[in-house]
Every structure is written in structure tokens, then in C-alpha cells.
Ligand binder design. Structure first.
Ligand SMILES: *[C@@H]1O[C@H](CO)[C@@H](O)[C@H](O)[C@H]1NC(C)=O
Ligand SMILES: *[C@@H]1O[C@H](CO)[C@@H](O)[C@H](O)[C@H]1NC(C)=O
Ligand SMILES: *[C@@H]1O[C@H](CO)[C@@H](O)[C@H](O)[C@H]1NC(C)=O
Length: 291
């Protein structure tokens, strides 16, 4: 599906400074939010497995909150018949679905055996989301680990699959009600049953005969400003952190090419093009991803 040139570009565009970032360990940096029976690690502790069965799902979250930075992990999704199952990887300013939360979501929507997964992304500011995009992938995400990352600064939020930015969400530099930039966020991951909406709009139900459904995680990489109360250090826009620097405020030329390819080939749904849903397009839809 991907043209050869594109693959060459991908291989050349290896991700700058993130490789050097510190290792994140489960005990030190994460808390589990499920029963022991639904969370396992490999013997060396480097791979984490979350499972879902009819009784319950599983999740984990960071102990710390962060404001701006680079958040990345490798994920291998539930294989076989995963219809109705959603694996999420997201950042949120709160522990629950509070009315004033900020949130950045990656959601992987499972499917029947052999049918393609979709990735849904969404952005919440102060409790309001409704900013969904859906993409197809150019590989089978259940076969190998792939890297999913979020770059977040005060200028843009990028959602990456491997080195490819699939979504660009810009700030306009003014006080607004669409760009989450004030509240520090935790990083979460979880697996749950969403067969009321996830697969073909809820038509395909979870087949519990196939449980447990297991998704696998490794190589967490957080290179970000850790929030500390009381009033914290992660405020300056002129810090030395690479994710706050000019180069991270917009796409590089390689990223522009990759992003254009994704836009042409893989977008399944974009709320900014949904004229039936919105009489007036949300303000952020007029901001150019190329700036
Ligand atoms: C992980 O936890 C350790 C120990 O508390 C801390 O020093 C480190 O900064 C944390 N890393 C991140 C990315 O939060
Ligand atoms: C955030 O949302 C709350 C609850 O809906 C609302 O009362 C508050 O005015 C909002 N804050 C801002 C800054 O828009
Ligand atoms: C699941 O597969 C069907 C049939 O190929 C497709 O229409 C749908 O977009 C796929 N993904 C989801 C999440 O429904």
C-alpha cells in the first residue's frame, strides 16, 4: 500500500532525541488500576500485558502529571477477533471523566478477524471533546509492536504512528476554548469493552468466547516537564526543552510529506469535514496544519 519512497522517507526520519530519554519503570512511574489477574508483565518486567474478559478490563496510569513534552510507547493490539474491544492510550488532567477535564486520546478500535482496526483520536478542552478523527493504518497493528506518540507543546499537538504524524492540532496563540495547554495531564492506558459503539458503529458485538483479550505494551518513553505542586516549573515557553523549541512548533518538511500522504490515503473520518454534524465549524478547524 505504501509507496517505496514513503518507506524510504520513514526509515530516514528516525526520531531525534527521544531515544536518549530515560527509561520509565512500572513500579516507579505507574500505578495499576485493575486486578492482579488482569495485569501481567514479562519476566524482565519490560513488557506489560493488559487483559479484558467478561468480568472486567484493566488499565494503568502515571503517578506524575506532565505539562508539555513527548509521550511514546510501543503497542501490540489484540489479535484475531477483537470486535468491540477498545485499547486506549491517552492523557488526561483527571482520574475520571470530570466536566472540566483536558484530554488527548488515541483509541484503537478492534474488529472481526481479518477486518481492519481503526485509530480514533480526540481532544478535550475543559470537558468538551467532539473532535474525533479516524484513520486506517498501513500495517496490521496486531502483528508487531508499533510506536504511538504524542508531542504536546503550546503551539501544536501531534499524534504520531511510528514516525508519521497522522494528526496535527494547532493553537492560534490567543485565548481560546479549544487548545488544552493549562492543565497538566497524567498518561493512561486501558483496555475495555465498547461494543455499544466501537466496531461498525456498535453493530459488531464482543465475542466473549474469545476472551481474554490481551494488548501488550513496552518501551514507554516520557520526555516531558513533570508537574510539581504548588505552582510548577512547566510554564515558560522559552525553556531549553526540545519539545518547546521552534522546530517542534510545526511539521518538518519530511513530516509534511508523510502527513500529506496520510491525509490523502488513510483518513476515514474528520470532524472538521462533517457539515451534517456542525452547522458552524469549530474555530480550530480553520487553522492550517502546514504553518
Ligand atoms: C519516574 O520515577 C522516578 C522515581 O520517582 C523519577 O525520578 C522520574 O523522574 C520519573 N520519571 C518520569 C518520566 O516521570
Ligand atoms: C469550564 O467548564 C466549566 C464546567 O462546564 C465551566 O463552568 C467553566 O466556565 C469552564 N471554564 C472556562 C475557562 O471556560
Ligand atoms: C471493521 O471492518 C469493517 C469491514 O471491513 C469496516 O467497515 C470498519 O471500518 C472496520 N473498523 C471498525 C472500527 O468498525
Amino acid at each position: 500500500m505504501a509507496p517505496l519512497l514513503f518507506i524510504a522517507a520513514l526509515m530516514a526520519a528516525s526520531c531525534s532525541s527521544s531515544e536518549a530519554a530515560s527509561k520509565v519503570s512500572f513500579e516507579e512511574n505507574f500505578s495499576m488500576m485493575c486486578k492482579d489477574s488482569h495485569f501481567k508483565t514479562s519476566e524482565d518486567g519490560q513488557i506489560w500485558y493488559l487483559s479484558l474478559d467478561k468480568e472486567t478490563g484493566c488499565g494503568f496510569q502515571t503517578k506524575q502529571r506532565y505539562r508539555f513534552g513527548w509521550f511514546s510507547m510501543k503497542l501490540k493490539l489484540v489479535g484475531g477477533d477483537s470486535a468491540g474491544v477498545v485499547t486506549a492510550y491517552y492523557m488526561c488532567s483527571e482520574n475520571g471523566a470530570g466536566p472540566e477535564r483536558d484530554e488527548l486520546d488515541f483509541e484503537f478500535l478492534g474488529n472481526r478477524t481479518g477486518q481492519p482496526y481503526l485509530i480514533q483520536t480526540n481532544i478535550y478542552k475543559n470537558g468538551t471533546g467532539n473532535r474525533e478523527m479516524r484513520h486506517m493504518l498501513w500495517f496490521d497493528p496486531t502483528e508487531e509492536y508499533h510506536t504511538y506518540s504524542i508531542l504536546w507543546n503550546n503551539h501544536q499537538i501531534l499524534f504520531f504512528v511510528d514516525q508519521v504524524p497522522i494528526r496535527v492540532y494547532k493553537n492560534n496563540g490567543e485565548a481560546n476554548n479549544f487548545f488544552p495547554n493549562e492543565k497538566p495531564m497524567y498518561l493512561f492506558s486501558s483496555i475495555w469493552n465498547a461494543d455499544d459503539w466501537a466496531t461498525r458503529g456498535g453493530l459488531e458485538k464482543t465475542d466473549w468466547q474469545k476472551a481474554p483479550f490481551v494488548s501488550s505494551y513496552k518501551d514507554f518513553n516520557i520526555d516531558a516537564c513533570q508537574w510539581e505542586d504548588p505552582y510548577p516549573a512547566c510554564v515558560s515557553t522559552t525553556t531549553k526543552n526540545w519539545w518547546d523549541q521552534y522546530n517542534a512548533w510545526h511539521l518538518s518538511s519530511t513530516q509534511k510529506n508523510d502527513y500529506a500522504w496520510v491525509q490523502r490515503n488513510l483518513v476515514v473520518y474528520d470532524y472538521c469535514k462533517d457539515y451534517q454534524r456542525f452547522q458552524t465549524m469549530p474555530e480550530e478547524c480553520s487553522l492550517s496544519p502546514w504553518d
